[in-house]
Design a protein around this ligand. Structure first.
Ligand SMILES: CC(C)(COP(=O)(O)OP(=O)(O)OC[C@H]1O[C@@H](n2cnc3c(N)ncnc32)[C@H](O)[C@@H]1OP(=O)(O)O)[C@@H](O)C(=O)NCCC(=O)NCCS
Length: 169
């Protein structure tokens, strides 16, 4: 049993093989796929199950999405970055900001990070608002940063939060 992180409503827990169908179906929802790109079953198995940096977001026992982090370990630039998706029917209910807050707290308190980053598409206003509620601030637009499922390059927004900026509700 890997690490489990608890918030008021969300539980962040390791991804299991029996999550693959649900995660794949969430990743294929149009609102999610336009931000995360195209996933096959093997991608979900390889990238989510058994990776200690990936957590399924559970609400009331239902897998409603996933959140993951990555770490830059060069001591001069040490920081962690976060990515997240939620099933469309659970958007705009504060679940995303809570999941990010719970993971950010872990990255700061347990993994010793002083700085976290997140990089939504520049036009992903719901994501930007959600991250601002947690304490992330806009750094600037990264032009032609990521290639979308439409094959075109799109701008990304670099956002960062220092440890003492985490907003506790
Ligand atoms: C991004 C995501 C994780 C945010 O999670 P969430 O639970 O929906 O976010 P929250 O409910 O915490 O916050 C959303 C905020 O955006 C606001 N919002 C929604 N649509 C908006 C829009 N078009 N413009 C501005 N704000 C908007 C909501 O009102 C809410 O703010 P409020 O609480 O002040 O009212 C979720 O929407 C998602 O999974 N989207 C699809 C995948 C994705 O975009 N992943 C992020 C890649 S970086």
């Amino acid at each position: 049993m890997g690490l489990v992180l608890n918030g008021p409503r969300v539980v962040l827990r390791p991804a299991r093989t029996d999550d693959v169908d649900e995660l794949l179906s969430i990743l294929r929802e149009p609102e999610v796929a336009r931000r995360w790109g195209r996933f096959e079953r093997t991608d979900v198995e390889d990238k989510f199950v058994g990776d200690a940096k990936v957590f399924v977001i559970d609400v009331d026992g239902d897998a409603v999405g996933a959140i993951q982090y990555d770490e830059e370990d060069d001591p001069m630039y040490r920081h962690a970055s976060i990515d997240i998706f939620l099933t469309t029917s659970r958007h705009n209910q504060g679940i995303g900001s809570e999941a990010i807050r719970v993971l950010a707290k872990h990255l700061i308190a347990d993994r010793g990070h002083h700085r976290l980053t997140i990089d939504p598409a520049a036009d992903n206003h719901a994501a930007i608002r959600s991250y601002e509620k947690v304490g992330f601030r806009k750094v600037g637009v990264m032009r032609s940063y990521e290639r979308g499922p439409d094959g075109m390059w799109h701008d990304g927004l670099l956002m960062e939060m220092l440890a003492d900026e985490l907003v506790q509700p």
